[in-house]
Design a protein around this ligand. Structure first.
Ligand SMILES: [Zn+2]
Length: 385
């Protein structure tokens, strides 16, 4: 699923992993509660006095717990392989266990991906057993049966062989181990995800045209669009990560520098540098080209313009001790991660206190677009960017 876009409210911490819910999850929570209480449970047991609303409340909370259990299984196996899990987020279409690290191996990816559906399958069996054990009390049996079914459905859907579903990850891991080519394996798994998205969309159209089920069409349509986008994005991400791991900052940094001077006032810096070379962040240097800090457009905008004439660059800049910088021999992939984590773009490139270049996401993209390996790749797989 697309990652950075999700924002959530933190509701708990389990095994040290923050659990967050996105506002869109509230929609699905209420929808499940309402459809179970109003339609599903009354239809499953058409008897008078069925406490369908309390049953719906219990089932909705249990479903929520099952989703967390599914994601936690991924997280715990990730940890076993030494990956850090940042958080678990539940959103409109389920959950995601977030880690910003790359898969260390096909074997790790295989087991991490399998853990989620496996836990859902286990839960399905457990609830089926509870259903058998509670035959004396109909409401409990019905809730347990439904929980069994929904966990089974969750496992089955997630096992579909398309990225970024768990099944797609398993598919990629197997291809990766077999063909020893991570990018190619990701391309196939992403195509799987796109194919599944198209099928889901078609199913939605059929549901609407043949059965007048417009609700399913909207739901499946949304899911299809999201899945398609995520499949594309996953491939792009894998491609970029692989290409940038092989290249160093010095190979793609810009050397035509337009630093601000540490003796300048803010209006001087604006009229002499920033007005001609607008960048979100500019390096501040001394006469000897030593980097002393970073001036960001953001920090400028926070100060009312009438105060600018009184301020020197050094008063508004972030000093070097707090600034994000990279070394010429830093791998480009690490520079990208640093940019994304800090929000500083471009990053100054510093060699023994001397400013030797700047590198931003735009430079990485330019590099990726014109790199021979990429051009070769286009011929085989189509453009990645
Ligand atoms: Zn999963």
């Amino acid at each position: 699923m697309p990652r950075e876009a999700l924002t959530g409210w933190k509701i708990a911490r389990i095994f040290g992993i923050p659990i967050e819910i996105s506002p869109s999850w509230i929609v699905i929570f209420l929808l499940i509660f309402w459809s179970l209480g109003a339609a599903v449970f009354p239809a499953l047991a058409p008897i008078p006095d069925l406490p369908s609303w309390p049953m719906a409340a219990v089932a909705t909370v249990l479903f929520f717990a099952c989703l967390i259990a599914h994601e936690l299984s991924h997280s715990l196996v990730s940890r076993h392989y030494g990956l850090q899990v940042r958080r678990i987020v539940l959103f409109l279409f389920g959950g995601v266990s977030e880690s910003h690290e790359e898969m260390p191996s096909a074997v790790a990816e295989f087991w991490i991906a399998l853990a989620g559906p496996a836990s859902s399958l286990l839960l399905a069996v457990l609830f089926y057993g509870i259903g058998l054990a509670t035959t004396g009390y109909l409401p409990a049996t019905i809730v347990a049966r439904w929980m069994g079914l929904i966990n089974l459905a969750l496992a089955a859907f997630n096992l579909l062989p398309g990225f970024p579903l768990d099944g797609g990850r398993i598919f990629r891991a197997v291809l990766w181990a077999w063909r020893k080519n991570y990018i190619e394996a990701t391309r196939w798994a992403s195509w799987g995800g796109e194919a599944i998205a198209v099928l889901l969309g078609l199913w939605g159209v059929v549901a609407a045209l043949a059965f007048g089920d417009w609700f399913s069409m909207i739901w499946l349509g949304l899911l299809a669009v999201l899945l398609y986008g995520a499949a594309e994005a996953s491939y792009r991400q894998a491609f970029v990560l692989t290409a940038l791991r092989r290249v160093l900052v010095k190979d793609l940094m810009r050397r035509d520098l337009h630093p601000v001077h540490d003796s300048q006032t803010i209006p001087e810096a604006v009229s002499e540098v920033l007005a001609h070379y607008p960048e979100p962040a500019v390096p501040v240097t001394t006469d000897e080209e030593s980097l002393v800090g970073i001036l960001t457009a953001e920090s400028l905008e926070q100060v009312p313009r009438r105060l600018w004439p009184r301020l020197r660059v050094t008063e508004l800049m972030k000093p070097l001790s707090e600034a994000e910088v990279v070394h010429p021999t830093t791998p480009a992939i690490d520079a990208l991660k640093q940019m994304q984590a800090s929000g500083v773009d471009p990053l100054p490139v510093v060699d023994e206190h001397r400013l030797v270049g700047v590198v931003g996401e735009g430079d990485l993209q330019r590099y990726l677009r014109w790199h021979p390996a990429v051009l070769h790749h286009h011929e085989r797989f189509g453009p990645p960017l």
